[in-house]
Design a protein around this ligand. Structure first.
Ligand SMILES: NC(=O)c1ccc[n+]([C@@H]2O[C@H](COP(=O)([O-])OP(=O)(O)OC[C@H]3O[C@@H](n4cnc5c(N)ncnc54)[C@H](OP(=O)(O)O)[C@@H]3O)[C@@H](O)[C@H]2O)c1
Length: 260
């Protein structure tokens, strides 16, 4: 059980990996602050977790597409006296194709959610963790960050930024008691592919490529506690990752897209 005013703040807690982070951290006795846009989902989850684990569970309804969301979340925490000692930057979507989708505003909104909102919450919350000598931060990236490939040109690069950000933050603050990890899941059963209109792709893929959210979240929590800057979840993806990182494999994988 954590101190009365100490909380784990989870973005994107209304579904998928975020809701699973909430369940596992609540089971470990952590008080929670759940953040997302769908208030009904957050309220139902908070009620379930308060009843099951006797923790305090607060909600902040926020749209991380908005540049002011980080300031709104941080000021709500400060004015309510909630100390954030565990931060999970998890909210995310598949997003637009950088070249094919011609609406620049939609591209900027994607960058705001996937990169700027994460940097913003790290910027606002990590200095306080350093001051107090303890903190845990998980930035949810992806295996897509680990190997460049043709197509999209947005999701993989945005997640690669989170890996680079987490590695540098971890080098900077680990000695002061604050562990920062980038979590790199492979394909995971959540609502992500349905929201992105990718169910046909999902249904046509081999089942053994897919993990359940509970495995991914367990790996993430174990990894951040151990101080790992990059946590690749799932046995299959942990085995593939060093192969993806090898210069020789990268040469082989450098498959150029064919002209359409
Ligand atoms: N599933 C996979 O195969 C997979 C693999 C690698 C990495 N990931 C990453 O894992 C993370 C979680 O995704 P998931 O798979 O759990 O997907 P999910 O089930 O679709 O959940 C996405 C969560 O993000 C929140 N969200 C989206 N846009 C938001 C916004 N503008 N403001 C606030 N919250 C927002 C959603 O809440 P609201 O809609 O209620 O706001 C929801 O709670 C993402 O960063 C994703 O890129 C997923």
């Amino acid at each position: 059980m954590t101190a009365r005013n100490e909380y784990a703040l989870i973005t994107g807690a209304s579904a998928g990996l975020g809701a699973e982070f909430a369940r596992q951290l609540a089971a470990a006795g952590q008080n929670l602050i759940l953040v997302a846009r769908r208030e009904d989902r957050l309220s139902a989850l908070a009620e379930e977790l308060r009843a099951a684990h006797k923790i305090d569970c607060q909600l902040i309804v926020a749209d991380l597409n908005e540049p002011g969301a980080g300031a709104q979340i941080s000021s709500t925490c400060v004015s309510s006296g909630w100390q954030v000692s565990f931060l999970v930057n998890n909210a995310g979507v598949a997003g637009p194709d950088l070249l094919k989708d011609r609406d620049w505003t939609a591209q900027q909104t994607f960058f705001q959610l996937m990169m700027l909102s994460v940097a913003d919450l790290c910027h606002r919350m990590i200095p306080n963790m350093v001051e107090r000598g303890y903190g845990r931060v998980i930035n949810v990236a992806s295996v897509a960050a680990r190997v460049p490939r043709a197509g999209g040109c947005n999701y993989g690069p945005a997640k690669a930024y989170l890996v680079a950000l987490s590695e540098e933050l971890n080098l900077t603050v680990a000695a002061q008691g604050v562990h920062v990890s980038a979590l790199c899941p492979g394909f995971t059963h959540t609502e992500f592919h349905e929201t992105a209109g990718l169910m046909d792709m999902k249904n046509n893929m081999a089942k053994w490529l897919w993990y359940n959210a509970d495995v991914v979240v367990r790996d993430a929590i174990k990894g951040v506690e151990a101080g790992k800057p990059v946590v690749v979840s799932g046995r299959l993806y942990r085995w593939l990752d060093p192969i993806f990182q090898s210069v020789w494999t990268r040469r082989l994988l450098r498959i150029k897209a064919r002209p359409e």
